[in-house]
Design a protein around this ligand. Structure first.
Ligand code: GTP
Length: 351
């Protein structure tokens, strides 16, 4: 593999970016610091599969955060940034919040839990994403999120009710608002969500959200309003990242995560969770030729066949979807080759 760039990935040179970069780099160091930049660090937390990564990608207009139809696609903290006039919005994408019991049951690494807790320490604002179409989200999870918000109560937070495009009834939406906020926003009651005798005792929500947004991260409804809200919460500060940076992840990690997300989308049940993706070749200069391998542990020739599909068809399908995502990510044409490797040793040793 060619050596990886360790610096942050940068925006491609669209006209606007070019002007911004030329302006920024032409400034002497002191003047740069005096530029009136406004910054907001936004931690995005919520249940697994609630749409956190999809939402961030929609706002920054680039598929930086790996998203798939399966839970736990995001396994580590990753930043995605965008610039709007003189404001830099820095999103912190986090793994889905789990209860201690779930963490033990599914043997999830403590680093995953640490990642969303760490994001709160870096946040100027916390966005909580909730999938309104999923009525199975557990009370214990709501309580977990609420206790995290209470512990970080000095940081403003807002609620994002996502997947409204899947909602069948307004009642479901009102029930979500009532449960998650205890019928209050910024300590004030929300009309129409008053408690009834049935749910009087349920106090699992957080009643100090500064705002609630109804959103479809998939088709972009309501996303503009969130961006405006975040711009309104930005503070004058010196830039932490150049205006040209769009993530803190290396190309290696972005590519491997993009492949992993598509394996999760296309392969059944547990199979994709037991695979490891590894970038084999990446042309740093042109960024247009990528070779990535997918390792499957032996003895699982049968699984290797399931991954490839008849005549390698499934792997081809995965490859073409990964390519689309990478084109969106790098904003240029790329050629990708996916190679399936069946290993005789543990995936831990796959180097
Ligand atoms: N219909 C619909 N689907 C959505 C919406 N937002 C996200 N999704 C889908 O929900 C699934 C999960 O989205 P992700 O963005 O990966 O969710 P996540 O919260 O980052 O998931 P984890 O990695 O498990 O934490 C994907 O299949 C998305 O396409 C939405 O607004 N409407």
């Amino acid at each position: 593999m060619t050596c990886m760039r360790s610096c942050f990935l940068r925006l491609s040179y669209s006209k606007m970016d070019y002007i911004l970069s030329a302006f920024y780099s032409s400034q002497p160091k002191q003047a740069k610091e005096k530029l009136l930049w406004r910054i907001v660090n936004v931690a995005i937390i919520g249940a697994p599969n609630s749409g956190k990564s999809t939402l961030i990608n929609n706002i920054v207009e680039r598929k930086i955060c790996a998203a798939s139809s399966k839970v736990h696609t995001t396994t580590k903290l990753a930043r995605a940034m965008c610039i709007e006039n003189n404001t830099q919005i820095i999103f912190l994408d986090t793994p889905g919040v789990v209860t201690e019991k779930e963490q033990m049951k599914y043997k999830l690494p403590t680093s995953m839990v640490g990642a969303y807790q760490k994001s709160l320490n870096c946040a100027d604002v916390i966005g909580v994403v909730h999938d309104v179409s999923n009525s199975y989200t557990k009370d214990s999870l709501h309580r977990e999120v609420t206790s995290m918000l209470k512990a970080a109560s000095n940081v403003p937070s807002f609620l994002i009710l996502n997947k409204v495009d899947k909602l069948k009834s307004k009642r479901q939406l009102l029930a979500s608002i009532r449960n998650l906020t205890n019928g209050c926003i910024a300590g004030k009651p929300i009309p129409g969500t008053e408690k009834n005798s049935k749910n009087k005792k349920i106090e699992r929500g957080y009643d100090n959200f500064s705002d609630v947004f109804l959103v479809s991260a998939l088709n972009g409804d309501g996303v503009k309003e969130i961006k405006e809200y975040l711009i309104g919460n930005a503070k004058s500060a010196t830039l932490q990242y150049s205006p040209m940076d769009w993530t803190d992840q290396t190309p290696e990690s972005l590519i491997e995560e993009a492949v992993r997300a598509k394996l999760l989308d296309f392969l059944a049940q547990e199979i994709p969770y037991n695979l490891k993706t590894q970038l084999e070749y990446y042309d740093e200069e042109t960024e247009d030729r990528i070779v990535c391998s997918v390792a499957v542990e032996c003895p699982s020739e049968r699984i290797a066949k399931l991954i490839s599909g008849a005549g390698g068809g499934r792997l081809q399908q995965i490859k073409s979807h990964v390519r689309e995502d990478l084109i969106d990510l790098f904003k240029k044409q790329v050629v990708i080759d996916l190679q399936l490797k069946v290993k005789n040793k543990s995936l831990e040793d796959f180097v």
